[in-house]
Design a protein around this ligand. Structure first.
Ligand code: SF4
Length: 98
């Protein structure tokens, strides 16, 4: 996985497509959590849910593989992992190559 400091990644969820199955929260509970509305949200570095539509949080490199696996397994195809510097999607339904 080629990530360097200037290729910091961030992740966001399109709640409009989330099925609420909770797979992401099982794979990477550090950044994903289901809220009382039954949908998954990302969490910031203070462990707070971020609920603004399209809001993204940084992906710690230590759990990058778990986050990528979540995006690939997500039944709603609604987990987007993108490069922070230019917001190009690296993993997820809008990535150019899987
Ligand atoms: S894996 Fe995808 S569909 Fe399932 S709860 Fe997480 S974001 Fe929603």
């Amino acid at each position: 996985m080629q990530t360097t400091d200037d290729q910091e990644l961030e992740v966001w969820i399109d709640q409009g497509l989330c099925t609420g199955d909770g797979i992401c929260a099982q794979y990477a509970p550090e950044v994903f959590e289901l809220d009382v509305d039954g949908l998954a949200y990302v969490k910031d570095e203070d462990d707070e849910l971020v609920q603004e539509p399209g809001a993204a949080v940084r992906v710690p490199l230590t759990i990058l593989r778990d986050v990528v696996d979540s995006a690939q397994e997500c039944p709603g195809d609604c987990i987007h992992v993108r490069r922070a510097s230019d917001t190009v999607e690296i993993y997820g339904p809008d990535a150019e190559s899987a």
